[in-house]
Design a protein around this ligand. Structure first.
Ligand code: SAM
Length: 237
């Protein structure tokens, strides 16, 4: 994990303790071990796990100045990215990892026990249902997702979960500017406002990544999110 320590320091100005580096090391091992039994990730080279999962997740530090005491939800977390990596790096951040696939959450729960992460909880649900649930709607300082749905549908997953004055962050690839344009109506209808599109560069990768940051400026109207499946089938546009 010396590569992770060096990259995190050099690229993100983030210093990870020996304990945190050991936790990342264990997470990498568990990911590879469980991946032999279930389809968790197609990224399996150790260096790629460091850059494309761990470091990519930690790029959120470039747009969030401090995480301590905040509540974050990672929607469609899969094997736990970006949320699990953030939970390791920021023990005072409260992280909810949501996915509709229960077996991926079993992996995360096992990691949580093994790494003794006290700031992680899982939620087995569709994002559309979580956004209508009183215990989760408008409850998070930050709602984030990577590689879950096209941006207009993703906005309907994330914006209902963010508190007023909270933020939504979508981790996107090269089409980020077009994605943001395509989601402009959805962002407005759901109570958001585009704040910034930040380019992030990761070591060893040619193409930049982008963080689309949206401020929640108004309550999300009661009719959103719609029924599970509707945001992807009939996106707001
Ligand atoms: N965020 C992870 C990453 O970047 O490595 C996983 C990405 S994976 C391609 C997409 C995940 O989103 C899957 O685990 C899937 O079960 C979940 N997902 C898709 N639509 C969802 C929804 N409406 N509600 C909850 N989870 C959803």
């Amino acid at each position: 994990m010396s590569t992770l320590a060096e990259y995190a320091g050099a690229c993100l100005n983030l210093e990870l303790s020996a304990r945190q580096l050991a936790q990342f090391e264990e997470l990498g091992s568990m990911l590879l071990y469980w991946n032999q039994r279930m389809n968790l990730t197609s990224i399996t080279a150790p260096k790629d796990i460091v850059v494309k999962h761990f470091l990519d997740s930690l790029t959120l530090t470039t747009v969030v100045s401090q995480f301590d005491g905040l509540r974050l939800i990672d929607v469609g977390t899969g094997a736990g990215f970006p949320g699990l990596a953030l939970a390791i790096a920021f023990p005072a951040l409260e992280v909810t990892l949501l996915d509709s696939t229960a077996k991926k959450l079993r992996f995360i729960e096992s990691v949580g026990r093994e790494l003794q992460l006290k700031n992680v909880r899982t939620m087995h649900a569709r994002a559309e249902d979580a956004g209508r649930d009183k215990g989760h709607r408008a409850s998070y300082d930050i709602a984030v997702a990577r590689a879950v749905a096209r941006l207009p549908a993703l906005m309907e997953y994330l914006l209902p979960l963010a508190k007023p004055e909270g933020q939504v962050i979508a981790m996107q690839g090269m089409t980020a500017y077009d994605d943001a344009n395509s989601a402009a109506k959805a962002i407005e209808a759901l109570g958001g406002e585009l704040f910034a599109i930040e380019e992030v560069l990761l070591p060893t990768l040619d193409n930049p990544r982008y963080l689309i940051v949206i401020d929640k400026i108004k309550k999300t109207p009661r009719q959103y999110p719609r029924q599970p499946g509707t945001p992807t089938r009939d996106p707001i546009q």
